[in-house]
Write a protein that binds this ligand. Structure first.
Ligand SMILES: Cc1cc2nc3c(=O)[nH]c(=O)nc-3n(C[C@H](O)[C@H](O)[C@H](O)COP(=O)(O)OP(=O)(O)OC[C@H]3O[C@@H](n4cnc5c(N)ncnc54)[C@H](O)[C@@H]3O)c2cc1C
Length: 514
């Protein structure tokens, strides 16, 4: 097959070829690049997102930023900095020179997001905490630590985790890693040397037992302690455990950690059949991944339509049929009554054979520490718009944080990877005294076989669902509306529409009175 040679931007591009707000793909030397235009300004940056290598040319330009179509990472077109998670690393950036009506890519500019090179300008500690402690080394914890160093914070920085692994790509645990298409090497978010180079003390396998907010110190279960000037709690969530009559603990698997996912992989290696309890996002991603491993998969769920409460009936039914078309057998409106060896007896009288059960029946925010320390909690750790808890200098982010959402005017708590990272980033800036309000539009994605659902916004209730396009063709936007206002948009096969929906919601937020 013939391939069209890439445009080399060093050879120049006529301005009329690049419409305002548009992008074109090409290269600079051996690097893939895009030229992007915003008004009279033309930028040249790397072509791929540093998160999952999404093609930025298929994303959107917003002001002097470009957003990735896959998981909504946002980069500065001026400097290449990864402004907003999920990407943490910058993209390359070249100087653009205009000669008459032609623009040329010139030399590569220095990496802006200097945290990645360890060359960040150091900011002095006057007025800043001498030590920052982060409890939790997941999405929010790592993003916060990374942002503190990127912003030049030079004080002591400790990240403590109950998990035995350094921060890893948790969403992948139910997707490609579980399906066997992503090797273990892809899972760490940072290489081991990163923590050393950035002087981040990473304490693993060490649950924090209590917080002394008066003395400003955290106590680890093994007796160690760390003093802090500022504290970030990012302890995430824990899967809800279930009791099944007749079941041994070894027959029931949960999925939150790397170790959990490895355990399922090991079990699946010599198993033929599995029952997944719960048609949740995680439950159904597990179903898809174990089908990819050739297991017979039965999903048992109480509801009649998977994920109806979040996605509505039509999209829920679409997901149901998608899984059925891949051979998943559903037992809806049912629960597991008991286990007799490999016989899984359901409440509807059916019996299913299974070598093991994976339970995906929801999670609970891990707020015990906060509660014990006397922080204000209400189905999560209550934080203000700066993500600060009821105790000054103590912040919370990620799955545990219940924050005032600008869009709905309500305090909400969500369990999304990108949101947790972005909260970690904003909390880090606020620890440094930046007074940034957290006002990002929530975003999550879920992957089932070759189909990804992107969801922006937050709609706990709606009075209308409008579908543009066709679910059958996997090409549609689903808008969740209340009183004619759109609170959330789910898309299938329309990544750019998802980004545009995010931008539209951001502009509504900006226009809202403060
Ligand atoms: C299998 C799976 C797939 C997912 N897929 C998606 C997806 O596709 N898209 C999406 O948007 N979201 C997804 N999520 C949700 C997403 O991963 C979470 O919302 C996100 O990880 C929350 O980040 P966090 O930092 O709040 O918590 P976590 O990432 O869970 O990190 C919490 C950290 O706190 C530590 N910890 C807890 N208690 C203590 C303690 N007492 N002492 C010390 N350390 C402690 C834990 O060990 C862990 O390191 C998925 C989640 C799972 C489990």
């Amino acid at each position: 097959m013939e391939t069209t040679p890439k445009r080399n931007f060093e050879d120049g591009v006529a301005l009329h070829e690049l419409p305002d707000g548009g992008m074109i793909s090409g290269s600079v030397g051996n690097d893939d690049a895009i030229l992007a235009r915003q008004g009279e300004a033309v930028f040249c940056v790397g072509a791929q997102c540093t998160h999952y290598h999404g093609a930025l040319a298929e994303g959107v330009i917003a002001g002097d930023t470009v957003r990735c179509p896959l998981h909504h990472a946002c980069f500065s077109l001026r400097t290449g900095e990864a402004l907003r998670a999920p990407a943490l690393d910058p993209i390359p950036c070249w100087r653009v020179e205009r000669v008459g009506d032609t623009v040329f890519a010139r030399e590569r500019l220095g990496d802006a997001a200097t945290a990645n090179t360890g060359d960040a300008p150091v900011i002095t500690l006057r007025g800043l905490p001498a030590a920052v402690v982060i409890v939790g080394a997941g999405a929010a914890g790592l993003a916060a630590a990374e942002m503190l160093r990127r912003e030049g914070y030079a004080g002591a920085l400790t990240m403590i985790s109950a998990d035995g692994f350094a921060p890893y790509d948790r969403p992948n645990l139910s997707k490609d890693f579980l399906a066997g298409t992503a090797p273990e090497e892809w899972m760490p978010l940072r290489a081991a040397h990163y923590y050393v180079e950035h002087q981040i003390e990473l304490i693993l396998n060490s649950p924090v037992d209590s917080l002394d907010l008066r003395r400003r110190c955290v106590h680890l279960a093994d007796g160690r302690q760390r003093d802090f000037g500022a504290l970030l709690l990012a302890t995430g969530a824990e899967p809800m455990r279930i009791q099944i009559p007749g079941a041994a603990d070894s027959q029931i698997f949960y999925l939150r950690t790397f170790a959990d996912s490895r355990a399922i992989v090991a079990k699946a290696a010599d198993a033929k059949r599995v029952v997944v309890l719960g048609a949740s996002f995680i439950g159904l991603e597990v179903a898809a991944s174990l089908r990819a491993r050739g297991l017979e998969v039965h999903v048992v769920a109480r509801g009649r339509v998977p994920m109806e409460r979040v996605l509505g009936e039509q999209l829920g039914r679409f997901v149901l049929e998608l899984h059925r078309s891949h051979g998943v057998v559903f037992h809806l409106g049912a629960n597991i009554a008991r286990l007799d060896g490999t016989q899984v007896r359901l409440t509807d009288g059916t019996t299913v054979e299974a070598d093991f059960v994976v339970a995906g029946v929801g999670v609970r925010p891990a707020i015990a520490l906060a509660e014990k320390a006397g922080l204000q909690v209400d189905r999560g750790v209550v934080v203000n718009e700066y993500l600060e808890t009821s105790t000054p200098g103590v912040f919370a982010a990620g799955d545990i944080a219940r924050w005032p959402d600008t869009n709905s005017g309500e305090r909400i708590r969500v369990e999304h990877w990108v949101l947790a990272q972005r909260q970690g980033q904003v909390a880090a800036k606020n620890i440094l005294g930046c007074a940034h309000k957290f006002d990002a539009v929530p975003f999550f994605w879920s992957q089932h076989y070759d189909t990804t659902i992107n969801y922006v916004g937050h709609a706990e209730a709606w009075d209308a669902i409008t579908i543009d396009g066709s679910l059958g063709d996997r090409d549609c936007s689903v808008a969740y509306q209340r009183g004619r206002r759109t609170f959330a948009v789910a898309t299938v096969g329309r990544d750019r529409a998802s980004l545009q929906a995010e931008l539209a919601m951001e502009s509504v937020r900006k226009a809202a009175p403060t």
